[in-house]
Design a protein around this ligand. Structure first.
Ligand code: UD1
Ligand code: CA
Length: 463
């Protein structure tokens, strides 16, 4: 008996009012469908079938081709039962199928494993949950002894059924052999004129097959994203959970409600993350480091004892131990900062190596540069790395001192221990241990006066 997973993702998502198909809407930096797919893969199924339809090619294009993923087209969206029916011919009678919905992204591996374990071999298992406000969702109908009798959609429910708080998540598992038979008995005489997969429960009960429900421990797992408000709510609950996870690893989040993770973060002990920090891609932060308010960290490794002050952005870079950055520093892809480096405000660094203990404290652009250790780069220094066609390297040796407002016209080299006078335009290499500057004269203009504000004659014209 092999496990096959079918993910229903063909719907338009009309309640989103969007040109983007619903399952491509973003949750924590990934399309809704990607979340479902990740969880599905974690269960190690033999195959995954994704039923796609509305703007299907656009949906397919987002996902890489994978061996165990098959795409099945549902040309017309006639309901969830009809959607599953498109995939069933590809499955074997001996298979067990788990059906997931592409717009129910936070279902956990744990709940699905419990579902698979609890479901009798010849029956149906569903995931249900208790909702204080079940508006819009299918309700689980039970008889007086608590046996599941069926599911009624909100739109088709009567007054009494609307009072039911136990809702259906859309997730079920059943043997393929029986599903084939049950699905032929489903009709579309309901409020939406659709073939509802939920009706399969009634059919199974009527033909005396057992139906069980597993309750999701956390109701957020089964929340769907049908409109933008629900999507935003899901985002918040995802983020709060992510914040808790980070705090369990030993980080101090100043406000777990003002933290956003759109990727993967691992933290060592005693990391402090101040408010409104956004993490993207894969980020690692070493012990005892501080991330100030409003920082954006993407695909980077931050060492131990690092201080990143407010409004700093770091992208695809490595930050060494005990460095300080910001406020308002921008570290662009391909940068490596060695330990104890100091990068101050309004400094942009791109594809450069900055040696240990070197300082670039104010208003500078350093791109395509190899900077040695213990270098001091004065305020307003710029590497002129681009000639309009190509990028060129700048090399600065250990212990060099670059005076403020220097332009380094690359390719150019500054020797070890060299000093560059303030305001120099360096277009030839500067020798080690010497002072290099441009020839300039300071002038005093005798008798010069500042322009005065001219007194305008008042108008003589009558109003
Ligand atoms: C569905 C359930 C409802 C449950 C709720 C949980 C049905 C009939 N109702 O309602 O009981 O409480 O989910 O979130 O199943 N889809 C297709 N093809 C179609 C129609 C839908 O692939 O023809 C896909 C959609 O892309 C979506 C999923 O099936 O991912 C669910 O469809 P949706 O229209 O969102 O159903 P709900 O009204 O939310
Ligand atoms: Ca839905």
């Amino acid at each position: 008996m092999a496990l096959k997973i079918v993910i229903l993702a063909a719907g338009e998502g009309s309640r989103m009012h969007s040109s983007l198909p619903k399952v491509l809407h973003d949750l924590a930096g990934q399309p809704l469908l990607q979340h479902v797919l990740n969880t599905a893969q974690a269960l190690n199924p033999q195959q995954i079938y994704i039923v796609y339809g509305h703007k299907g090619e656009q949906v397919r294009a987002v996902f890489p081709i994978e061996d165990n993923i098959h795409w099945v087209e549902q040309a017309e969206q006639l309901g969830t039962a009809h959607a599953l029916n498109q995939a069933l011919p590809l499955l074997d009678d001996t298979d067990h199928v788990l059906v997931l919905y592409g717009d129910v992204p936070l279902i956990s591996e744990n709940t699905l494993t419990r579902l698979i374990t609890a479901t009798p071999k010849n029956g149906i298992g569903i995931v249900a949950a208790e909702f204080a406000d079940p508006t819009g969702l299918g309700r689980v109908l039970r008889d007086d002894s608590g046996n599941i009798m069926g599911i009624v959609e909100h739109r088709d429910a009567n007054e009494k059924e609307l009072q039911i708080k136990e809702i259906y998540s859309g997730i079920l598992t059943a043997p393929v052999k029986y599903l084939r038979q049950w699905l032929t008995q489903i009709e579309n005489n309901n409020a939406q004129g659709e073939y509802y997969l939920t009706d399969v429960i009634k059919v199974a009960v009527n033909t005396k097959y057992p139906v069980i429900a597993v309750l999701a421990r956390n109701p957020r797992e089964v929340e769907g994203a049908n409109d933008r408000f629900q999507l935003a709510e899901l985002e918040r609950s995802y983020q709060l959970q992510a914040a808790h996870e980070i705090m369990r690893q030993g980080a101090n989040l100043k406000d777990p409600r003002r933290f956003d993770l759109r990727g993967k973060l691992s933290v060592a002990e005693d990391v402090v993350i101040d408010i409104n920090v956004l993490i993207r891609g894969e980020v690692k932060i070493g012990r005892n480091s501080y991330i100030g308010p409003n920082c954006i960290l993407k695909d980077c490794v931050i060492g131990d004892n690092v201080v990143i002050k407010a409004n700093t952005m770091i992208d695809q870079s490595v930050v060494g131990n005990s460095t300080t950055l910001g406020p308002f520093a921008r570290i662009r892809p391909g940068t490596q900062l060695a330990e104890n480096a100091q990068i101050g405000n309004f400094v942009e660094i791109k594809k450069s190596h900055i040696g240990a203990g070197s300082k670039i404290n104010h208003l500078s652009y350093v791109g395509d540069a190899m900077v040695g250790s213990q270098v001091n780069i004065g305020a307003g220094t710029i590497t002129c790395n681009y000639d309009g066609a190509n990028k060129w390297q700048t090399k600065i040796g250990d212990n060099a001192f670059i005076g403020s407002d220097t332009q380094l016209i690359a390719p150019v080299e500054v020797g070890e221990g060299a000093t560059i006078g303030a305001g120099t335009t360096l277009y030839k290499n500067a020798p080690a241990n010497q002072l290099t500057l441009n020839k300039r004269e300071q002038q005093v203009v005798e008798g010069w006066r500042r322009p005065q504000v001219r007194i305008q004659p008042t108008s003589t014209l009558k109003e």
